[in-house]
Design a protein around this ligand. Structure first.
Ligand SMILES: *[C@@H]1O[C@H](CO)[C@@H](O)[C@H](O)[C@H]1NC(C)=O
Length: 306
């Protein structure tokens, strides 16, 4: 009897090993190759930044765990993971659902939100004196300003709108955007202008003492009171400086996974995760896993903190 059940257990183990192996293959095929999404952005199989909308650790797998979330909210930082996003209609936008991930209620001076535009959706205007930055994560939008010429913005494209500049984003099928807005900090004799571009057109910048690759999506000149950085890390690369600074951050992980240190907490993070960092929270990142990390980072700049 004992030997029979031992044999039974052995064959069960073997069976489950085979099933696991099979499952692994299916999973890998189901997600396609994550590497191809980085090297081949035209791949229909796995479009660029698709993991932001369909994270590796899919929220549907977490539905079996009552009450489980990786999200954390503390006084000096927050990690907001996709299973805790709550979407509701965005005021002033049509056919669009939004999830605010960072807002002044946390202590931030800006908002960061995901906007899911559905068929025939239209953007609303930001409040008076508020500037806006839009980055396309999925689908495409048509951007029109007062000059009236429509421009198509695809995944990886972005637009910056100075305060009080009339404009419209429209989606004909569907599009997902990450949007940053803040009340513009005016500076005498400096006027910001509309910027439209895409990440791959931005030059790589020097990062003395660091190994990550850096692109800035906005000009570094004085009219601009914030910038958006795109930072790339190969697996195993990490921030050299254990940063503590006056600037605040809103971060969206676009690709890859790793460990983010925020204050005294160390968080496993993956594409789709959003982070709020208050001024002076100790912060550090290491990219892990098999594919490079890319994240998008809001940072206030060019203004006297007084
Ligand atoms: C409207 O957009 C076009 C194309 O990006 C640009 O050339 C033009 O300067 C913009 N107009 C204003 C008022 O910013």
């Amino acid at each position: 009897m004992q030997s029979l059940s031992a044999t039974h257990a052995k064959s069960l183990l073997l069976l489950s090993t085979i099933l696991c192996t099979l499952n692994l293959v299916v999973t890998e095929q189901g997600f396609c190759s994550a590497i191809s999404s980085v090297t081949d952005s035209n791949s229909n199989c796995n479009p660029l930044y698709s993991k932001v909308i369909n994270p590796t650790l899919n929220p549907s797998h977490l539905q079996d765990l009552p009450g489980f979330t990786r999200s954390v909210y503390k006084s000096d930082h927050a990690l907001i993971t996709p299973e805790s996003h709550v979407f509701s209609p965005l005021p002033d936008w049509s056919n669009t659902l939004g999830a605010y991930l960072v807002s002044p209620a946390m202590g931030a001076h800006f908002v960061m939100y995901i906007a899911k535009m559905q068929e025939s959706a239209k953007s609303g205007c930001p409040p008076k004196d508020v500037e806006r930055f839009v980055f396309v994560l999925q689908g495409s939008v048509t951007f029109t300003n007062v000059s009236g010429v429509g421009q198509t913005l695809m995944v990886d494209s972005f637009a910056y709108l100075p305060p009080n500049s009339e404009h419209l984003f429209e989606s004909y099928e569907s599009a997902t955007l990450v949007v940053f807005e803040r009340r513009y900090a005016y500076l005498e004799n400096h006027v910001p202008e509309q910027i439209v571009g895409s990440t791959d057109q931005q030059p790589l910048l020097d990062t003395p003492g660091e190994v990550f690759e850096l692109r800035k999506l906005l000009p570094t000149s004085l009219p601009y009171d914030f910038n958006i950085h795109i930072m790339d890390f190969q697996p195993g690369e990490f921030l050299n400086v254990k940063e503590v600074h006056y600037n605040q951050h809103g971060l969206l992980l676009l690709e890859g996974q790793g460990i983010y240190r925020l204050g005294d907490s160390w968080y496993p993070v993956q594409a789709g995760d959003a982070i709020w960092m208050a001024p002076f929270v100790p912060q550090w990142y290491a990219a892990l896993g098999k594919i490079p990390t890319r994240y998008l980072l809001y940072k206030d700049v060019n203004r006297n903190p007084l």
